[in-house]
Design a protein around this ligand. Sequence first.
Ligand SMILES: [Zn+2]
Length: 388
Amino acid sequence: MPRRPAAALATSGEVLRLIRTGEAVTRADIGRVTGLSRPAVSLRVTELLDRRLVVEDSDGPSTGGRPPTRLVFNASGGVVLVGSLGASKAQIAVCDLGGGELARADLAIDVEEGPDVVLPLVMRTWGELLGDRPVSQIRGVGLGVPATVEFAAGRTESARIMANWTGVAIPPIIMSRFPAPVFLDNDVNVIAIGEHRTVYAGQADDLLFIKVSTRIGSGIIAGGEILRGALGAAGEIGHIPVRDGGGVLCRCGNVDCVDSVASGTAILRDLRARGHQVRTLADVVSLVRAGDAETMTVVRNAARMLGEVVATAVNLLNPAVVVLGGDVAETFQPLLAGVREVVHRRSTALSTRNLRIERSRLGPGAGIVGCAHMVLDHILSPEAVDAS
Ligand SMILES: [Zn+2]
């Protein structure tokens, strides 16, 4: 989060930020950092205590005499409802205000059944996971979906997948049952946030996450923030064309998009064309493990084309780390090696000098973690705390 200069008139939201980040954790510290008078500090701290966003911790280190009371962010002061929808699976959870998972359910869904079927199921599951907790404890809701999202409007926009969700404004539907701010984002953006805030916390504020699964998509963290672009369409790496793709028509209408030549779907199609009886990606994994020469050729070819596009993205964005996730990237070792090789050959010397290209370590649950952080970043920002 960008650092704000301490203003003479620091608000309650700003004081909460100082406590959460550990920059100032006693009333005296807050006074020193903000320049607020003692009564003004007291007023803001009392408000935060009343709202259960902060608690007093009197077990601070004793230095002889009465130690000043430490103020601690209260992760138990509310909950957020989060969900990560895939084409056929959904993870639904209730998290605390620190992003910790309190309860979770994994569901089988068919996202193509549309919002009229899927959203009631998701909301019913949240209701069950909440148990005895009152609805008043809910401070925010976040949902990741496998489609491009017009972020501010909370609407999906997609050519084929989730066609019956297109144009549906999801937040009002959820808010009618759970009255709290609702945030909707693309599933890959949400995972990128999860990687940045957990695995790479404090290490990398410029991160490119690429999901290689049935499809190829990416989420960009630039300067510590997710880059959504003007409307939410940033990161559509899947529809950047490659050279020598063979003239494959992509579902977007263009030719030789990396999604149409290097995704899991493309790998399956190429293997079938060569006479292999592969039904799912798991079958391809078996062939890779067995060292099947033709399969290795197809996977290496996919890696070369993916690497080409990643090299372009690295030149454009200069990330500190490129994380490859999704079931294809996580199980096909040759893919990672191939991408590394091409990127180091084709990106500029400075952009690759300290570049790390790694496999995702967050694994399943990444969407849940990322969704929780997406919501918390919004609802705990000084502006949001002051407005509510
Ligand atoms: Zn395309």
